[in-house]
Design a protein around this ligand. Sequence first.
Ligand code: NAD
Length: 307
Amino acid sequence: MRVLVTGGAGFIGANLCRALAALPGIEHVTALDDLSTGSADNLDGVPVDLVEGSILDRDLVGRLVSRAGAVVHLAARPSVPRSVRDPIASHTVNATGTLNVLEACRSARTRPHVICASSSSVYGDCAVPYKSEDLPVRPLSPYGASKLAMEAYALAYASSYGLPVLTFRFFNVYGPLQAAGHAYAAVVPVFLTRAAAGETLPIHGDGRQARDFTYVGSVARVLCDAVTRRVTCPGPVNLAFGTRVSLLELADLLGRVLGRPVRAEFLPPRVGDIRESRASPRLLLGLFPGVRPVVLEEGLRATAEWF
Ligand code: NAD
């Protein structure tokens, strides 16, 4: 099978391309990426074709999709703060770009299986212990709204045109290749960079806000299995395993992994910061009964080694 990975030079995309290229049933992997936040270096040594271009280029997307048996659509402007600053740009790439990919899939004679990356941000800040897919959605940011639009379009293409579709809601994914150097970096690479430099770990608010950290290797494993078995679902599926780790606990664990004490520095809370984000993994485990997540300590160790 030939697989197209949009956003394939990004953090999750490059980890996925590496995993896909090692699978026996996969004949060829193409990564389509405009390198806006991704990097060709992420694919060093990975046997994939990197096509530098945009999902907004409908001709290019059409050509690449026409040869694919599966499309894993990860390309996006992934940052919440950037979406607050420039909502139109987020909408254009995340919603309109997805529509371009879906249209190309609808026209392709190969009838590709489409897997899309939505986000836990569609839930907003509803105060429940586990976020299950049947909860009402209320995104708090333009990024979350654009992700809700993209998953709604993908599911509508399944019901309107019979396209084989699977939409995942990723939670806080971390691991090797996650960019640390920019203003919108996620918490794990920020903590690792600061700890490596002997600096304090910045925590906004009281540090008790909790996340469902998911190791990128676990995400790649589920995506590979989904591609191989052409898994579909009529509704969105959380891709996280229901763990609850506060930022204070994350800082502690990082100190243990690095073998030296780390110090937190408390900063004012961030506007719109979500208090609790933890997935119900029930639907995921029903669709992927064999999947075993990498535990946080092990994932942090692998990430720290890569740093
Ligand atoms: P990333 O920024 O590393 O990857 C996104 C990739 O898309 C980048 O390589 C970027 O260059 C590429 N891209 C952006 N605009 C493009 C365009 N117009 N055409 C082609 N390529 C384009 O981020 P990531 O963390 O790997 O995210 C991958 C996907 O997972 C995104 O859709 C993101 O919204 C989603 N997601 C990620 C997380 C997480 O915790 N990392 C959580 C929820 C959802």
